[in-house]
Design a protein around this ligand. Structure first.
Ligand code: SMG
Ligand code: MG
Length: 385
């Protein structure tokens, strides 16, 4: 296995001039509904950003959901902020590298998922032009990554166990259960009994609890969980500190971690012992790498989160998950866990792992005919005024 030297800080990648930004909307039916503490999804409404540059095209996938229920961002809002603010700024910026994009877009407060999609599209164009893969650029140290799977809230215990059983048979290396008040101790106990003592099992509450639930959450300690993800509201770091002191199960923040600064603060306050890194949530892969680096320096394990991405976003996530600090399996499941057919070549699970693409840029080819066929809104084209 070759160890790749990260080039993201070397400035060696070719800069590009963005000539146009296209916003594509695609509706992707999910192979099974995905229910979390905040709602039930049957389809993935995806926003894709394509940049047309002097050196070729690049694609980025926006991770925002159709509704503002996981985060304040949502698909229509992201499309609007890109069309009205981010794309015009990028078109006016002249020559840019992906590493410059954050500062070009910095005048807009927040909107990290929208910014991440734009930055990723520029990075893809830039790296395709210079023949460098995301993996090489990010500093990947392994050719494939260990994969887990996130299992939604089921209608009943029998269907949950059948679903988990299927994923185990497919080879997933870790199971994550979505929990909420009323769907926690019982399903976790049942799945632990099914998997046996040694299997990697974790839970994700997506902010469904309050500090009044600390005693109840302590009962999860009986099940040898790898971690409990984001039990409380995202702004409340202090509540997570209190929980971390009260239970043995490691606390892992997802929604709360919006930047490297917040990550370091949460780690230093012992609010999070493990960090879920999602590039979209933090404004892009470059910030995600900074969080990875900060965690590695502090011996805090990280893993790659997922947002039901198509192959476009998955390719970048898998490359990110190949960095050295990603020591836990990610929510980087195979294409067939989500979709009957993907927008790129399929990501296929082999021995519980996905291969890191090696081609230039994201390393996958966008099936533009499917983007067109499954289009849910007219494509928007933004050019220089
Ligand atoms: O991509 O496999 C995936 C989904 C992983 O559970 C997952 N994501 O909070 O971590 C999380 C959720 C956010 C999206 S839920 C619609
Ligand atoms: Mg989560």
């Amino acid at each position: 296995m070759t160890t790749l030297v990260p080039v993201h800080s070397s400035g060696s990648a070719l800069p590009v001039v963005v000539e146009a930004v296209e916003l594509h909307r695609v509706a992707m039916p999910l192979v099974r509904p995905f229910e979390t503490s905040f709602g039930r999804q049957t389809a993935r409404e995806v926003l894709l950003v394509r940049v047309v540059t002097d050196a070729g095209d690049g694609w980025g996938e926006c991770v925002a959901m159709a509704d503002p229920v996981y985060s304040s961002e949502y698909v229509d809002g992201c499309a609007d902020v890109i069309r009205s603010y981010l794309a015009p700024a990028l078109l006016d910026a002249g020559t840019v590298r992906a590493a410059d994009v954050a500062s070009v877009l910095d005048f807009v407060i927040g909107h990290r998922m929208a910014k991440a999609a734009v930055e990723t599209a520029v990075l893809d164009a830039q790296l395709r032009a210079s023949g460098t893969s995301f993996g090489e650029y990010f500093g990947a140290v392994r050719p494939e990554v260990d994969c887990g799977v996130s299992v939604g809230i089921a209608p009943d215990l029998d269907s949950l166990l059948a679903e988990v059983d299927g994923y185990v048979a497919e080879g997933y290396r870790r199971i994550k259960l979505k929990i909420k008040p009323g769907w926690d101790l019982e399903p976790v106990a049942a799945v632990r009994a099914l998997l046996g003592r040694d299997a990697l099992l974790q839970v994700d509450a997506n902010t469904a609890y309050t500090i009044a639930d600390i005693d109840h959450l302590r009962e999860l300690d009986a099940f040898g969980l790898l971690l409990i993800e984001q039990p409380f509201v995202e702004e409340d770091i202090a509540a997570h500190v209190r929980l971390a002191r009260a239970i043995d199960t490691p606390v892992c923040l997802d929604e709360s971690i919006t930047s490297v600064g917040v990550a370091i603060d949460a780690i230093e306050r012992d609010a999070t012992a493990i960090v879920n890194i999602k590039a979209g949530r933090v404004g892009g892969y470059l910030e995600a790498i900074r969080i990875h680096d900060a965690c590695l320096e502090r011996d805090v394990p990280v893993w790659c989160g997922g947002m039901l991405e198509t192959g476009i976003g998955r390719a970048a996530n898998v490359a990110l998950a190949a960095l050295p600090g990603f020591t836990l399996p990610g929510d980087t499941s195979a294409s067939n866990r989500y979709f009957a057919e993907d927008l790129t070549e399929s990501f296929v699970l082999v021995d519980g792992r996905l291969a890191v693409p090696t081609g230039p840029g994201s390393g996958v080819t966008v099936r533009t005919e499917l983007v067109e066929e499954w289009k849910s809104r007219p494509t928007q084209l933004i050019t220089r005024a």
